[in-house]
Design a protein around this ligand. Structure first.
Ligand SMILES: [Zn+2]
Length: 256
């Protein structure tokens, strides 16, 4: 059984064939996915997805690159939506993204990150962390905010092995997807081989980051067996063990 802990089936790239793609997931043993919001328009789209597809759960939050025009009132509304919908299982994706030079400014990103961590604490929901080229600031804010009491996943993990171990110590899960199958991702392969399997969850981030040999194509949860196979190979265990353990991890992560 496979649990895709991070998908964006609300994305326009699934508008043509969303029903067919989601219906096909069971052919690859994918039982559940969490559809993750990123900007304000995606909030309602995620709500529609969880209403329509029984195998789905949702996460609501604002991505650090999508903060333009987002007000405190918007965040209060998101908090109420999460409180009133049992199928929304996490706050996300939230975090810091310094890839685009000061856009939005770092202090704005940090303010929203702290606010949404606090929101997750109030809601007693785990967080889905997006962090790109902001390793130190992300870690410092999570320490400062005592994120170990909130829990969650560092999605599409892209930092050092040492930091992965710190997040594991904090009780966080490490989200691993298609990138681990790429030839040049030596660091991530080491992490996938070495951190406890009980702390790894599978994710697509679809439509992005399809695994080899589909790199560059539209990604979907049906490609996750390729990610599981790579992790199994790196660890010297069976694909079944990777799928079943990470499936149980995902149930624990999202309290479902
Ligand atoms: Zn994402």
């Amino acid at each position: 059984m496979i649990f895709d802990t991070h998908a964006h089936y609300d994305d326009a790239r699934f508008d043509e064939d969303r029903d067919a793609v989601i219906a096909s997931l069971k052919e690859n043993d994918v039982r559940h996915f969490v559809d993750v919001a990123s900007d304000l328009p995606s909030i309602e789209k995620v709500e529609r997805i969880v209403e329509k597809y029984p195998e789905s759960y949702g996460a609501l939050g604002i991505h650090p690159s999508e903060l333009d025009g987002v007000s405190e009132k918007d965040l209060k509304e998101i908090e109420e939506k999460i409180r009133n919908n049992k199928r929304i299982v996490a706050v996300g994706e939230i975090g810091l993204d310094y890839y685009w030079e000061e856009n939005p400014p770092h202090d704005v990103q940090k303010k929203f990150f702290r606010y949404q961590l606090e929101m997750a604490r109030r809601l007693k929901k785990p967080v889905i962390i997006h962090s790109r080229e902001a390793a130190q600031d992300t870690f410092e804010i999570m320490k400062e905010m005592r994120a170990e009491e909130i829990g969650g996943v560092v999605h599409c993990y892209s930092y050092s092995k040492e930091m992965a171990k710190e997040y594991v110590k904090m009780g966080f899960y490490i989200g691993i997807g298609g990138v681990v199958t790429f030839k040049n991702s030596k660091k991530l392969k080491e992490i996938a081989a070495e951190i406890p399997l009980e702390r790894i969850v599978l994710e697509t981030d679809c439509p992005y980051l399809a695994p080899s040999p589909h790199r560059g194509e539209r990604n979907y949860s049906g490609f996750l067996p390729l990610v599981a196979a790579e992790i199994a190979e790196l660890r010297g265990v069976t694909i079944d063990e990777v799928c079943n353990t990470t499936y149980q991890n995902a149930l624990r992560l999202y309290n479902v």
